[in-house]
Design a protein around this ligand. Structure first.
Ligand SMILES: [Zn+2]
Length: 447
């Protein structure tokens, strides 16, 4: 009986939507942010109380069932979108959904509830949902449009820990809000004909910020957001600057240009300093190690040589320098020998020489550690602060070992350092001043 009642309550609306339409975009206002929470979905089922949906594709929408269509304004508990529109007979008539042209996306629907609480994938979210048609055939993305302050309060437990001291959480709240505003302001908004347009400000992922669902909010994180509401870091009156943070610097923070190629030419990233940080010591993993086969280094070197922006050819004719050597006879049939010569933990790049034994030439190259980190993966090379050692420490010289400290890119706020400083009684504004000496806290409404 319960099952029947439950089934009766769940009214699924199947909508088959071809992805060919052109519609204006709905803009998020200053105090809401669009967060990408689901990617490449085959279908989207949203549940909630008295759900309403606005379709943006009226003339192309093909409703599967008239009966369901008539029930649209009733007590709708669930809405289901099939992103892979078109059944077999439909396809036979040539009405299948098609992929949008490369780089193009499209809002298909807005789903709202008067309660402002929606459930997707067994997680509850505040705000509204946007279903986005993507350029991948038959796939949708799901975007959560939510107030910026709620967004901040649910990302804090993911970025830090809800039980951390309130001043550390407040420092993170200001950093996260600054980052979010920068992403909101630099997003290309407009019509779908613009190939660069995206329908979200920020991704719920390690790539941007890791956000959570409604249940992740605690009174501690909510008050950290509330007590810093609207506050962002700004640099010399510049409207929106990217503010970066990471888990643990491991001894000293880095500059944006130490890590990202565009950093050096990006006026927005001015004002960063390398800051000594002994505060994160003893927190989390102290030393991480990664063993690699030397022969696995060769494809990386080929990549390095191809990537012009990353690699600097710094000198010619360097000889007799000691360093981590690769056996040329076993490893390189083409008579090229590679020797890594810079091995300082504080250095943001690795220098190596290429010796061509046949042509008797030697060149010195320099590559950013961040390039090496990206190549092997952020889950293997935890930070941009490492040295490269010969062998595996057990006598196997066909291997080399990356040994480092810290976790994350190392730019801006060191979260473990902020934790320690908050424990020592520093306020969030003192913590931010330490890691961002030239940036000032302002309310974004002043910008
Ligand atoms: Zn640190």
């Amino acid at each position: 009986m319960m099952v029947i009642i439950f089934m009766a309550l769940i009214i699924s609306i199947l909508v088959l939507i071809p992805l060919f339409m052109t519609i204006p975009v709905t803009f998020a206002s200053d105090d809401t942010i669009d967060v990408l929470i689901g990617k490449n979905l085959r279908e989207v089922t949203v549940s909630g109380v008295d759900l309403q949906r606005k379709l943006y594709a009226s003339k192309n929408v093909w409703l599967l069932s008239k009966k369901i269509k008539n029930e649209l304004n009733q007590n709708v508990k669930a809405i289901r979108f099939k992103c892979h529109g078109g059944n077999r007979s439909n396809r036979a008539k040539g009405r299948q959904s098609g992929a949008l042209a490369k780089g193009k996306q499209n809002i298909l629907a807005l789903i709202t509830s008067p309660s402002k609480i929606l459930t997707w994938n067994r997680e509850r979210y505040k705000g509204d949902f946007l279903v986005i048609g993507t350029n991948k055939q038959g796939r949708c993305d799901l975007v959560n449009r939510v107030s910026i302050e709620h967004y901040i309060s649910v990302i804090l437990p993911k970025e830090m820990h809800a039980s951390w001291p309130i001043e550390a959480l407040k420092a993170q709240a200001v950093a996260s809000r600054s980052y979010a505003f920068y992403k909101m302001r630099s997003r290309v908004r407009g019509f779908q004909e613009n190939e660069n347009i995206t329908f979200f400000d920020i991704e719920n992922s390690e790539r941007h910020q890791v956000s959570g669902s409604l249940l992740d909010e605690t009174s501690n994180t909510a008050s950290a957001a509330k007590n810093t509401a609207g506050e962002v870091l700004s640099f010399k009156g510049k409207k929106f600057v990217p503010i970066y943070f990471h888990a643990k610097c491991g001894g000293s923070t880095l500059l944006p240009e130490d890590v990202w190629e565009k950093g050096a030419n990006d006026k927005n990233t001015l004002g960063y300093h390398r800051v000594d940080c002994p505060f994160c010591q003893g927190k989390g993993v102290e030393i991480w190690k990664l063993e690699l086969n030397k022969k696995d280094f060769y494809p990386l070197v080929s990549q390095i040589l191809k990537s012009k922006g990353t690699t600097k050819r710094v000198a010619k004719g360097v000889a007799g320098t000691s360093g981590v050597d690769f056996s040329p006879d076993k490893m390189r049939p083409d008579n090229i020998n590679i020797k890594i010569i810079t091995n300082k933990i504080d250095s943001t790049s690795v220098d190596f020489i290429l010796q061509n034994r046949k042509k008797h030439t030697t060149h010195l190259f320099s590559v950013k550690k961040s390039f090496i980190r990206k190549y092997w993966g952020y889950d293997k090379v935890y930070s941009n602060r490492f040295i490269i050692e010969n062998g595996d420490g057990r006598g196997n010289n066909n291997k080399l070992t990356l040994k480092g400290s810290g976790k994350g890119h190392g730019v801006g706020l060191c979260q473990m350092g902020a934790l320690e400083l908050a424990k020592r009684g520093w306020s969030y504004s003192q913590i931010l001043k330490y890691y961002f000496p030239e940036h000032v806290i302002v309310n974004y409404s002043q910008l």
